[in-house]
Design a protein around this ligand. Structure first.
Ligand code: SF4
Ligand SMILES: [Zn+2]
Ligand SMILES: [Zn+2]
Length: 298
């Protein structure tokens, strides 16, 4: 197997691109995919300040590394979610990564800041932990980005994540979510712009990028992920992709170019006011996060 670009021995084959690459050409391919995502979806403008939502896993660390490699001096932020050893180790991977490179990383502990953590919130609400966790992360990342004067919040969602979420939203015809599912969510009324620079890279590519770039990351799955429906959607999509390489990318890209607008037009964004508890933007009087905090902290 030879590298498509330089004919050296290849270390990875990418059936979706009908290509194989050596280490250096593969890293270049990853940078190129991120640069194309940034350009196509107008993610970051010249001089804007970018904060990366870091988890300690492969995707968010690859995202941070690739943005920096493309000349965007992004900072990082990691949240201590309080999920036992898993959270402690994840934060340590993020810290080690940032310290080794001298890149600024903010570490925010949910329990210290809000008086609850993900397991207690899940127990208090009797809901799947990922719901409380996702809400907390979205709220806190946005809050810290606003406080820190950042223009953009970048997350490590990759092509497999986007395809799995899209499949779930289509299977259940979640029109509201479909209206909001896009690689760049414009900032407005107290929300910074949210972008997903890895949407053109698969999970396998981000893992390989970390390995060939010497990036150590948390390989353990979150112990609370069991029952997360997206895992089943990913398996289904992987089965289709194995038979027909390129299906995931076509599914996601086709949705954005051909279908997303119809959902967005049918469901205009609601008018937002300020939450009476925390000041965050909300369509109601008290935001979903403050309602969660009221039930979970106590
Ligand atoms: S799997 Fe669920 S609970 Fe665990 S970190 Fe992810 S969203 Fe949070
Ligand atoms: Zn090469
Ligand atoms: Zn609030």
């Amino acid at each position: 197997m030879k590298c498509r670009r330089c004919r050296a021995a290849a270390v990875i084959d990418l059936p979706r691109h009908n290509a194989a690459f050596c280490t250096e050409c593969f890293r270049r391919h990853c940078r190129e995919q991120v640069r194309r995502a940034l350009d196509e979806h107008r993610m970051v403008r010249e001089g804007e300040r970018v904060l990366v939502a870091v988890s300690g896993g492969k995707d968010s660390l690859a995202c941070w590394d690739l943005l920096r490699a493309l000349g965007i001096p992004a900072d990082g932020m990691v949240i201590g979610l309080g999920i036992g050893d898993y959270s402690r180790d994840s934060t340590r991977y993020a810290r080690d990564f940032a310290e080794a490179r001298g890149w600024p990383l903010q570490v925010v502990d949910v329990r210290e800041r809000f008086g609850f953590d993900v397991p207690t919130a899940a127990a208090a609400t009797r809901r799947a932990p990922c719901g409380a966790c996702g809400l907390t992360k979205r709220h806190l990342f946005n809050q810290v980005a606003i406080e820190g004067g950042y223009d953009v919040l970048a997350t490590g969602h990759n092509l497999d994540d986007e395809a799995a979420v899209l499949l779930g939203n289509v299977l259940h015809w979640e029109e509201e979510y479909l209206a909001r599912q896009r690689p760049t969510l414009p900032g407005r009324d107290g929300f910074v712009r949210k972008v997903k620079p890895l949407v053109r890279l698969s999970e396998r590519e981000t893992a390989a990028y970390c390995v060939v770039s010497g990036i150590d990351y948390q390989v353990e799955e979150c112990p609370m992920a069991a029952g997360n429906r997206h895992l089943a959607y990913k398996e289904a999509l992987n089965a289709v992709e194995a038979r027909s390489p390129g299906t995931k990318a076509a599914f996601v890209a086709g949705f954005w170019s051909r279908a997303h607008r119809r959902f967005a037009e049918a469901r205009p964004e609601p008018t937002l006011g300020a939450c009476t508890g925390c000041g965050a933007p909300t369509p109601g009087t008290v935001c979903a996060f403050c309602r969660l905090q009221a039930r979970a902290a106590g």
